[in-house]
Design a protein around this ligand. Sequence first.
Ligand SMILES: [Zn+2]
Length: 126
Amino acid sequence: MSGKVKKCAGKEAFQRMNYLYQAANALVTENDSKYVASIHYINLMQSISKKTVQRMDIETKRTICKGCKTLLLAGVNCRVRMKKKRLRWICNLCGQTKTFDMNNRNYCPWQQNPESIVQIVDMGND
Ligand SMILES: [Zn+2]
């Protein structure tokens, strides 16, 4: 047995997911025709998350459309409606809606910096 143990696999995965998220974000904001690339990044991110069994940040998950996997940005590629204290996001691409109940959850602004995604998992020493 040698001392070669990959200690920071979890951290690397988080960093990659973080990077992909930011790239997807930048693409959606930049230009309509770049949705496809953005969706590709989100798909990559989800497969990294599955492969490495790292859970995606809840705030990150909230901004991904369940229908077409695009990154939802309010006012950019989705409409936001407020109804009976429920926030509904309607995807402009596929029409899928996401509902956030503002009553029972501590709602955080989604504009929150995705930097908070990076949580360094302490895997212990040797
Ligand atoms: Zn969609």
